[in-house]
Design a protein around this ligand. Structure first.
Ligand SMILES: [Zn+2]
Length: 551
């Protein structure tokens, strides 16, 4: 009798399982094939291909039976943006004791603006701020009493313990080789702005930056930004990279040694200082183009706690049209980056819609303008449709494995939030495990669309296959590494990132399904995953803790 009951129960489980929808590789493939086709012209925001993408996504979400999740009951969330360009090459120089050292865009400086101004006229003293970290929670302050108002701040890249030897006071304070937010140029520009600096330049070093000068200087004089919506702090007027050699010769002529300064900056005793008789000068005209684009937002309302939202997202934009490659192709279709992520969120939406409603709401976000600097997600995080304090988590897909099933999933940003424990549990249900990213010094945790949400305090999880080699069922980690090297070396942001009928999307489907599992679990729970101790984002989240306290 007992056995019969168990047998019947098992049969029921098998039947229900067979009826349940699952993430389908053919659907993923066909969505990517559509979005990466020539008709979409590389999905650049502000172009017909970009608008066609938005229309396609709205159509897909509508057909799946979701509800509009954007502004005022629409499917979209408007993102007004600017594109800025320096007119001409833009003369810039350091002046040391009255002697000019000319700087040339792309050669030894890469400077631009994110302000809608018609010109930039600077003649200001230069302050060397070391790594420029203000981290009271780590007992670290590089600024001391220095006054940055109206001045040019000169930064070292990465954070104070990147190159620290064991036993040095800085060692381990900023995650060792792992990059913290304090190491990113974005943080440095923001901190400079908060302190009233007119400009901020980061001295480039390949290893510490995670990429070479060719990448840092790839669009000299050009930038994109969200049109400011009355932020309390305006960004610096001029921002960019300074080549190491130019910084070294500047220091040399001013009576300093850059290597020595870099070592000194690793000490908690270091304090920023204004350099004697050193000025930075420029007078350049700026061309500003205004344009608009949209995030696409869809939602599945929760039955019991609809105001508590789980967000799953990917970016719809890609790199548009560029220079012809050796085969004459000009469209950079972003098939994996990130049409595949978009296909992933559409599949999660389809599967969840087919199941009984969750208690909490699920918001699907397809962001615009990630490739121009995470602009769509940043604009949303600044002015969210669903309050961030009641957003349980943001789960982001950006570049997935196309080389078949894997025994593990790569975790980006180990030690950041409790969501990594959710990921471990979800992976276990698939008989898989979690492996930390192999290149944390590249700071990928700070380089995708989940990040503006993190900065707003929302716990985040990112699946980005270029963060580390997967342990592939066919070929192991060596094959996973080979896949990354091929993708980064040939296809990343290039014409070669195209749809391929040979892709094996079973691994991608597994990874996407991890998010579905986490959403179903959190969607029927009252749990609020938190940032772990030591995370740079814990303090922001805790400010809104009252909003999440159970009544
Ligand atoms: Zn991407």
């Amino acid at each position: 009798m007992m056995y019969r009951t168990i047998f019947c129960a098992m049969l029921l489980v098998i039947l229900v399982d067979a009826l349940a929808e699952s993430i389908e590789t053919e659907r993923l493939s066909s969505i990517v094939k559509e979005l990466a086709s020539d008709e979409y012209d590389g999905r650049a925001p502000g172009t017909p291909g970009g608008r066609k993408t938005v229309e396609y996504l709205v159509e897909q979400f509508r057909a799946l039976g979701l509800e509009p999740g954007g502004d005022d009951g629409t499917w979209t969330n408007n993102v007004p943006m600017i594109h800025t360009r320096f007119e001409g090459s833009g003369e810039m120089r350091f002046v040391v004791d009255g002697e000019a050292q000319a700087l040339q865009q792309k050669v030894n400086i890469e400077a631009s603006t994110v302000r809608a101004v018609d010109g930039i006229d600077i003649d200001a003293p230069v302050v060397f701020v070391g790594f420029g970290a203000y981290a009271p929670e780590r007992g670290w302050d590089d600024y001391g009493d220095v006054d940055l108002q109206g001045k040019v701040a000169l930064y070292l890249v990465n954070d104070p313990d990147f190159a620290a030897e064991p036993g040095e006071p800085a060692a381990g304070l900023f995650g060792n080789r792992k990059m913290t937010y304090y190491g990113r140029w974005a943080y440095k520009f923001e901190e400079a702005a908060r302190r009233g600096a007119i400009a901020a330049l980061v001295i480039h070093e390949t290893e510490a930056a995670g990429y070479g000068w060719n990448v840092a200087s790839s669009s000299p004089g050009e930038n994109y930004a969200v049109v400011s919506t009355g932020e309390s702090v305006a960004p610096v007027l001029l921002q960019g990279w300074l080549h190491w050699d130019a910084a070294a010769s500047l220091m040399d002529s001013a009576g300093y040694d850059l290597d020595t300064l870099r070592t000194r900056a690793r000490s908690p005793e270091f304090e920023a200082f204004e350099m004697d008789d050193v000025r930075f000068e420029t007078d350049v005209a700026v061309i500003v183009d205004h344009f608009e684009s949209s995030n696409v937002l869809a939602m599945l309302p929760g039955e019991k706690h609809p105001e508590e939202t789980l967000m799953v997202s990917a970016h719809w934009d890609a790199y548009g049209v560029g220079e012809p490659d050796e085969k004459g192709r000009t469209i950079r279709p972003g098939a994996n980056d990130d049409a595949l992520g978009i296909a992933g969120i559409l599949e999660i939406a389809r599967v969840l819609k087919a199941e009984p409603p969750l208690e909490r709401s699920v918001v699907f976000a397809a962001w615009t303008a990630e490739e121009s600097g995470m602009l769509g997600s940043s604009a949303y995080a600044k002015d969210p449709v669903y309050p961030l304090e009641k957003t349980v988590a943001n789960l982001t897909l950006d570049i997935l494995n196309t080389a078949g099933p894997s025994r593990d999933v790569v975790l980006v940003g180990e030690g950041q939030s409790e969501l990594e424990d959710d990921l471990v549990r979800a992976a276990a249900t698939q008989g898989r495990r979690v492996t930390p990213e192999s290149l944390p010094e590249n700071g990928l945790f700070y380089r995708a669309d989940h990040f503006p949400m993190a900065r707003g305090g929302v716990p985040v999880l990112l699946i980005m296959q270029i963060a580390g080699a997967a342990d592939l069922v066919d070929g192991g980690r060596r094959a996973g590494k080979q896949w990354i090297d091929d993708y980064i070396g040939n296809c990343y942001h290039q014409t070669c990132d195209a749809w391929d009928s040979q892709w094996d999307l079973r691994g991608a489907a597994q990874d996407i399904d991890l998010f579905r599992i986490i959403i179903e679990d959190l969607g029927n729970s009252r749990r609020w995953p938190e940032w772990k101790a030591g995370s740079e984002f814990k303090a922001v989240r805790e400010k809104s803790a009252d909003a999440r306290r159970k009544l």
